[in-house]
Design a protein around this ligand. Structure first.
Ligand SMILES: Nc1ncnc2c1ncn2[C@@H]1O[C@H](COP(=O)(O)OP(=O)(O)OP(=O)(O)O)[C@@H](O)[C@H]1O
Ligand SMILES: [Mg+2]
Length: 210
């Protein structure tokens, strides 16, 4: 049985596809057989990125496929160690279906009140629908300063949720990397790669240690 990690959010543009791609890259690099299910059929962000990556010959290559529903993605997970689901924003029912299928549900959030409040509301909704809190984790993205990281981590933990160790700064180099078929752990800057990798490794630890 493949372990299943899903990226979800109510708000758009928070970093789901960014983290899903980095997880796929690092897990494949670590020797896992990885399948990415792009459930954002409107945007197809990872399908597009994967095509670019293939055309540029960037390794490691992971298997990426678009699916309409979580159930369809699950059927295709046979033979893989890790299924990564990239969910669409603003879709309560699809998000719930994805969350029910996943071993770990990761929601990226920025540091502002405008980001944190809807992010907590989304996890409250999943909890209310019966998803165990232990399967939910926040990932901090677009952090500006160390103080901002501390404050947003505290806010999310006080709301009752775990927050993955590590965080992503807001950096043009992360966008640039993804524009050229790379992941945020494959930028031209070792320091940025290490920071992204810290967050991704804490995610991998969490999913492999249950
Ligand atoms: N830490 C960061 N620094 C700089 N740019 C970032 C960072 N995280 C994400 N981005 C950029 O922000 C945009 C949105 O990120 P991404 O596509 O990962 O979000 P998403 O949650 O998948 O969005 P959607 O809800 O539209 O699917 C992308 O252009 C991405 O490159
Ligand atoms: Mg996306």
């Amino acid at each position: 049985m493949a372990a299943i990690v899903a990226f979800v959010s109510q708000k758009g543009g928070v970093g789901k596809s960014t983290l899903a791609r980095a997880l796929a890259r690092e897990a494949a690099y670590g020797g896992l057989r990885v399948k990415v299910a792009d459930l954002d059929t409107q945007q197809g962000t990872i399908v597009d990125w994967h095509r670019l990556r293939l055309s540029l010959g960037i390794e490691p290559i992971v298997s990426v496929e678009a699916f309409g529903t979580a159930a369809q993605a699950l059927e295709a997970a046979t033979g893989y160690d890790l299924l990564i689901i990239d969910g669409p924003a603003r879709t309560s029912q699809a998000t719930l279906d994805i969350a029910r299928a996943a071993d770990l549900i990761v929601q990226p959030s920025g540091a502002s009140r405008d980001d944190l409040i809807p992010a907590v509301r989304e996890f409250h909704a999943l909890t209310k629908a019966g998803i165990p809190k232990g399967r939910l984790a926040f990932a901090l993205n677009r952090i500006g300063t160390p103080a901002e990281e501390v404050a947003s981590r505290a806010f999310l933990e006080e709301a009752g949720y775990s927050v993955l160790a590590g965080f992503l700064r807001d950096r043009p180099a992360y966008r640039q990397a993804q524009n050229t078929g790379h992941s945020i752990t494959e930028t031209r800057y070792a320091g940025l790669n290490d920071q992204a990798d810290t967050l991704i490794q804490s995610l991998i630890d969490r999913v492999t240690n249950g």
